[in-house]
Design a protein around this ligand. Structure first.
Ligand code: ZN
Length: 417
C-alpha cells in the first residue's frame, strides 16, 4: 500500500487523487497505536544491560566499568570517532546498551542512542575487531489538528495553549501569521484559529514536533490561511489559499510576541522631548538583552550611535526597502557594516540607549527613502509560485482541506504518516 506520506509531498496530479483517497482511509487511526520504530531495533536476543549516562561519566569510564581493557577502550573510542563522529557522551540524554550472548559472555555489541532519531551500534566481529554502524530511526509521525478560540483578555499564546497546541508549534505559527496580520490590532475575543502540524513519536512516546502544515486564523481583516508546500524545484514555502507567497521579504514585528507601545505616526508627543514630532517607526516593548532578529535578508549599511537612536543598525534589503533598529544595548558579534544577514538572524540586543524612556526596540521600515508604517505597508512576497506549481498547489490544498474537514469533526483522530 502506498504510504500516506504522499499527501504531504505530493508532486503530481495522479498522486493527488490517490492521496485524497488515502486520507479518507488512513485518517481513522485510533490513539492507541504504538508502532515500533522502523529499522531501529537490533534483532539479536542477547543479554542486555542499559547504562544511563550520568554527569561526569566519560566513554572510557563507562567502558572500563564494564570490564574492557585499556587497549579495547582505545580501539572502541577510535572506531566511534572515525565512523560516528562520537567523542563524548552527554549526561542524561545518552544511554548505552551492552549486549552479551548470555549473562556471563563477553560484551559483543555496544549500542549508543545519542538522539531519538539515531542509534549507533559498535559490534565485535569474529576476529575481535570492533565495527561501527549508524542507524537512522524513522519517527512515527502523526498529523494533528487543533483548533482554538480567543477569549476575552486572551493572547494568541494563551488561547493556543488552551487548544493543546505545543509551545514550539505556537511560536512557529505566530511567526508565520505575523507576516499577514498585526497581533496588536487584529486579535479579538471570538476569533477562531486552527493548526495542522506533525508530532513525532518513538515507541509510542511523543519525542518532538514536526512541521507546521497549515494554519488558519479569523483575523479582523479576513480569514488568513497558510499552507506549507514544496515546489517542483524542492523549495519549501508557505502560501495562502490562492497560492500567493505568504512569507514576506520583511517582518512587521521583528521580535516575536512583543507588545507595541508606540505606533507609527506623523505627529505624536515625544515622551522625552515633550513636544510633538513624527514617530517614524514602531516601538516594541522587550526586556534589555532580548535578541533582535533581522526583519529580512539583507546587508548592514549602517551601524553606529547617535543621540536619538542610541546604538542602531540599518539594513538594506532586496528591492527598495531598508529597515532600522534603534536603542540597542549592544550589537551582535560579527555584525558590522557590510555583513550579509539572513531573515531572523540576531543583529543586536534590546536596550535603552539614546532618547528612550525604557528598554524597547524602535523599528523603522524605509521604502524608496520614505518612512512607511511597518504595520500596514504592503510587503512583497518571496518565493511566489509559477503557473505549474500553482496548479499543483491548488490540488494539494484541496487534499489538505479535506483532511482538515475530517479532523475538525473528530479532534481525537490524527493522520498516521
Ligand atoms: Zn520609537
Amino acid at each position: 500500500m502506498k504510504k500516506a506520506k504522499d499527501i504531504i509531498n505530493i508532486n503530481n496530479i495522479a498522486r493527488a487523487v490517490v492521496a485524497l483517497a488515502i486520507v479518507l482511509v488512513v485518517i481513522a487511526v485510533g490513539l492507541f497505536i504504538s508502532r515500533n520504530v522502523a529499522g531501529g531495533k537490533s534483532s539479536d536476543d542477547g543479554y542486555r544491560s542499559i547504562v544511563v549516562v550520568a554527569s561526569g561519566d566519560t566513554l572510557s569510564k563507562l567502558l572500563t566499568d564494564q570490564g574492557f581493557s585499556n587497549a579495547e577502550v582505545l580501539e572502541i573510542a577510535k572506531v566511534l570517532k572515525k565512523d560516528a563522529d562520537i567523542t563524548s557522551l552527554r549526561a542524561e540524554s545518552d544511554k548505552i546498551e551492552f549486549v552479551r550472548a548470555d549473562e556471563t559472555a563477553p560484551i559483543s555489541k555496544i549500542i549508543i542512542v545519542p538522539s531519538p532519531w539515531k542509534q549507533i551500534e559498535v559490534t565485535c566481529d569474529a576476529d575481535g575487531n570492533w565495527q561501527c554502524q549508524t542507524i537512522d530511526i524513522k519517527p512515527d509521525t502523526r498529523v494533528i489538528y487543533r483548533q482554538g478560540e480567543i477569549l476575552d483578555g486572551d493572547s494568541f499564546y494563551l488561547a493556543g495553549g488552551r487548544a493543546g497546541i505545543p509551545e514550539g508549534v505556537l511560536a512557529e505559527v505566530y511567526d508565520l501569521l505575523a507576516f499577514e496580520m498585526d497581533f496588536e490590532r487584529d486579535v479579538r475575543a471570538g476569533q477562531k484559529f486552527s493548526v495542522l502540524y506533525e508530532e513525532n513519536f518513538a515507541n509510542g512516546e511523543k519525542v518532538d514536533n514536526g512541521r507546521v502544515l497549515a494554519v488558519q486564523f479569523e483575523a479582523l481583516r479576513g480569514n488568513v490561511k497558510m499552507y506549507r508546500f514544496k515546489k517542483a524545484d524542492g523549495k519549501i514555502g508557505y502560501y495562502d489559499e490562492n497560492g500567493n507567497g505568504a512569507i514576506k521579504s520583511l517582518k512587521r514585528t521583528p521580535i516575536n510576541n512583543a507588545k507595541v507601545t508606540s505606533s507609527f505616526s506623523n505627529s505624536r508627543k515625544h515622551p522625552v522631548l515633550g513636544y510633538t514630532r513624527a514617530h517614524k517607526g514602531v516601538d516594541f516593548r522587550a526586556s534589555t538583552g532580548t535578541p533582535i532578529p533581522a526583519a529580512g535578508a539583507g546587508r548592514v549599511v549602517a551601524r553606529g550611535y547617535n543621540n536619538g537612536h542610541g546604538n542602531y543598525i540599518k539594513l538594506r534589503h532586496n528591492g527598495s526597502y531598508e529597515t532600522l533598529y534603534a536603542h540597542m544595548s549592544r550589537f551582535a558579534k560579527g555584525v558590522v557594516v557590510g555583513t550579509t544577514v539572513k531573515q531572523g538572524q540576531t543583529i543586536g540586543y534590546v536596550g535603552s540607549t539614546g532618547l528612550s524612556t525604557g528598554p524597547h526596540l524602535h523599528y523603522e521600515i524605509i521604502k524608496d527613502g520614505k518612512h512607511v508604517n511597518p504595520m500596514t505597508v504592503k510587503l512583497p512576497a518571496i518565493n511566489n509560485l509559477g503557473k505549474k506549481d500553482k496548479e499543483q498547489f491548488l490540488k494539494y490544498r484541496q487534499v489538505i482541506d479535506d483532511g482538515i474537514e475530517h479532523l475538525s469533526k473528530h479532534p481525537e483522530w490524527f493522520i498516521q504518516l
